[in-house]
Design a protein. Structure first.
Length: 101
């Protein structure tokens, strides 16, 4: 539509790594989650645009492994409380929801 405006939090270059994306987008979600807020990291885009690579990684870890590392580091550093971690990992493709755990 003419006059439609779109706002982006961040745009990454093709040279950006999964760690760059994690640090800018996902790490604040992980930190807020640890402080008691619900968190969701949602990858959206056209087929073959790099979502799976960014989320999983390859030889370099993607967002999920980096988030797990940070969460368990935060849990280990916090000795004054008990933590319970619940995770859902799903894929939505062609309107079909698939549990990936």
């Amino acid at each position: 539509e003419k006059g439609q405006e779109y706002t982006f939090r961040n745009v990454f270059s093709p040279e950006s790594s999964s760690k760059d994306v994690y640090e800018k987008i996902a790490k604040p979600v992980v930190q807020q989650f640890f402080e008691g807020f619900n968190g969701c990291i949602f990858a959206y885009g056209q087929t073959n645009s790099g979502k799976t690579y960014t989320i999983y990684g390859d030889d370099n870890p993607g967002i999920i492994p980096l988030a797990a590392i940070d969460l368990f580091r935060l849990i280990q550093q916090t000795t004054n409380r008990t933590s319970t971690l619940q995770v859902a990992y799903v894929e939505l493709y062609n309107e079909i929801l698939k549990d990936l755990l």
